[in-house]
Design a protein around this ligand. Structure first.
Ligand code: MD6
Ligand code: FE
Length: 214
């Protein structure tokens, strides 16, 4: 066995800032199970295009699982304990989701991470997410864990202020980004997705974004 061969199978960590890193390939071995669970949960709470408080239809389609789900409409952003489209609770967090989130958070030293919300995002070529902060959660220290599946994306990692220069990172199927602690309120976004196809998802990127909301 060569060291090179061993290293190529070891997930790589790319530090971003204190409390933040990209874990390359961290979800790869669990990706099929994660995507199977997405297929199951969207049968209960389908993807939908939310409207921003400013009245714009988001290009990313979203749904949620877990106790709390993130929603947006013209009255603002908020977490709800039921899906406004179905009038029922959001689907339960699949165990494979909770385990992946906990394991990824632990890599950054966030022990016993127990997210109570998972926002599931569906991007197609052209979908984008403008620079923003995730500020709607009660816990300002527990990390966001963001899992990329399917076609690639360019993730923009900004600073504490909107005017801070952002750095671009390409994210691939199986990559996980964690940001918590001092980095929890950093600006971030996703550039318009390029045309591409993935063997499992087709022309789609699925992103799982875990949070401690309440
Ligand atoms: C990503 N997503 O898709 C990162 N934040 O890689 C987010 O940062 C995000 O998709 C808030 C609401 C929806 C999101
Ligand atoms: Fe975000």
């Amino acid at each position: 066995m060569t060291l090179e061969l061993f290293a190529s199978h070891e997930p790589r960590r790319q530090p971003l800032a204190p409390g933040a890193a990209i874990l390359r390939g961290f979800a790869t071995t669990r990706a099929d199970a994660l995507l199977d669970a997405v297929d199951a949960l969207v049968r209960h709470s389908p993807f939908r295009h939310l409207v921003t408080p400013g009245g714009h239809r988001m290009s990313v389609a979203m749904t949620n699982c877990g106790a709390w789900g993130w929603t947006s409409d013209t009255s603002g952003y908020r977490y709800r304990d039921e899906d406004p489209e179905t009038g029922r609770p959001w689907p339960a967090m699949p165990p494979v989701f909770a385990a992946l989130a906990r394991d990824a958070a632990a890599e950054l030293g966030f022990d016993d991470y127990a997210p109570d919300a998972c926002l599931v995002n569906r991007y197609v070529p052209g979908s984008k997410l403008s620079m923003h902060q995730d500020l709607d959660e009660a816990d300002a220290v527990a990390p966001i864990v963001s899992v990329s599946l399917g076609i690639g994306a360019t993730f923009l990692w900004g600073g504490a202020r909107r005017s801070d220069r952002a750095v671009a990172f390409d994210l691939s199927h199986g990559d996980v980004v964690v940001w918590g602690g001092a980095s929890r309120h950093r600006f971030h976004g996703v550039r318009p997705i390029a045309e591409a196809s993935h063997a499992r998802t087709g022309r789609v990127r699925i992103n799982l974004t875990f949070r401690r909301a309440r």
